[in-house]
Every structure is written in structure tokens, then in C-alpha cells.
Design a protein around this ligand. Sequence first.
Ligand code: ZN
Ligand code: ZN
Length: 253
Amino acid sequence: MIDICALASGSNGNCYYIGNGDDAILVDAGISRRQVLERMARKKLDPSRIKAIFISHEHADHFRGVRVLAKKLDVPVFMTQKSWEKSWGPNRPHAVRLFVPGESVIAGNFTVHTFLKNHDAAEPCSFRIEHNGINVGVFTDIGLPCNNVIDHLSQCQALFLESNYDEQMLWQGPYPHHLKVRVASDKGHLSNTQAYELLEKYHHPDLRVVFLSHLSEDNNRPEVAVNAFSGVANRFPVRLTNRYAEAEMFHLE
Ligand SMILES: [Zn+2]
Ligand SMILES: [Zn+2]
């Protein structure tokens, strides 16, 4: 059995819990130690199960809480050499274990498959987390779905999948032009339409749930994102994450 829960998802901060009865890992730590522990407590998740924190890239919304959280939990932080080099400053964690993109890392009783993706960071990675043949994908901050994303997504029975922006809302919205271009670029984020097409085409035949993740506050709305996925809603549940609070937990048998 695996429990999954987005403790935070969006540009305010990202942190995703994947655990079973014995062990757990966190992907990203873009919220504070206090917020992580409070949200886990509300879900009755035991922090002593956490064996490692994996960092996808050095942007603050994935990284800013990691040093304090890793120290409190006394667990290693897995990140790439280039992410580590780019992440200078007070948030840089101490107990770092470097991985090479493409490497599979054992953490507790999970295997974490790492891979490179398209995003405007030093060495952006995403993760497919495997336990007893069940795979959970945490796929956010993706400018363009590359072959790595397609390959790993198609193996996942549960997904946190970026659904960052509605194209019309982005281009008609409040962002300055250069930022709109950056978000929509191959190194930016997945739109609702891009995420839907990716999922519709490549999802695992036994996909049990998809959590729409990293929704933009200005360029998306929960109901707009959910509506964009109506074409697959009869095949598996489409759920939402939240930028201010933990999302619902999902149990995979
Ligand atoms: Zn992000
Ligand atoms: Zn990012």
C-alpha cells in the first residue's frame, strides 16, 4: 500500500509525500519545516518514516525549506551536482547526496527513478517513485514533454502532473510579456492542454488517480483545469492540489 499526498503544490511552495507503512520520502521542500510537519500531522502521517528528501531543482518554490527540514528530520537530501552548485545561499542543505540524472536511487524501501526534463533550472529532474511494482510520478515544472517524461509517465499508476496555466488566461492575463513568454516556453511550464494531451495519449492502463499540480494563481483556476481534463474523467479520478494547504490523501493498494 502506498499513501500519497501533496502537502503543497504551486509557486508558493511544493512538497509531495509518498509513503507506506514503514518508509516515506518527500519530493521537494518549498514550504517551511513547520508547515510540512503541521500538514503531515493533520493527515496523521508519521515524520519518522521519512528517509530522504529529493529535490527536483533549485527554484525557491521547491527548495526554500529544505535545509531546516532535513536537519530536523535528520535525513539526507538528494539532488544533482549542478542543482547543488546553483543553490548557493542560506537554504543550502548540509547532508547532501548527489545523484546523476537517470540514476535510480534506493531510499528506504522505495526506488526513486530520476530523469532530466525541460525547465529553466541548472539540471531540472523529475522522479518516478516505485515500491512493490506501484509507481508514483511527481512531474511538475516541465516546459515541454520530452521522451523522458513520456517514458516515466506511462509507467505510473498515480501521478502528480503539472497543469500550470490556461493558454487564454496566460496571454490575456496580468503577467508582463517577457514572463508570459517564459512560462509558455519549452523551458517553462505545462499548460492545461499540454498536460491533458500528454496524459490522454500516454497514461498507464491502470492509472488510478491524477492530481493536477502546480496550478498558476493568475493564469489558471481549479475549475478551468479540471474542465480541461473532462475527456479522461470517466477513466480515472482527476483531483486537485492546493497552493495553501495539503490536498486530500490517496491510498494505492
Ligand atoms: Zn515550481
Ligand atoms: Zn521551477
